[in-house]
Design a protein around this ligand. Structure first.
Ligand SMILES: [Zn+2]
Length: 58
């Protein structure tokens, strides 16, 4: 399997089908853990969650 990096892809929200020019991110800390915060990525149009990852500060 190979990964191809492409710059001409226009990501589309799977929920509202709008092309995403930007993605909004929310920093969330999980209570009761010492883990690093997580990032919640949401669609700027419908606010539905696109992805959750560990937090990166850049
Ligand atoms: Zn959306």
């Amino acid at each position: 399997m190979k990964i191809i990096t492409k710059d001409d892809i226009k990501p589309v929200c799977p929920h509202c089908n709008k092309e995403l020019e930007e993605i909004h991110r929310k920093k969330e800390t999980l209570s009761g853990t010492l883990l690093q915060p997580i990032s919640i990525y949401v669609c700027p149009y419908c606010s539905k969650v696109l992805s959750i990852t560990t937090w990166y500060s850049w």
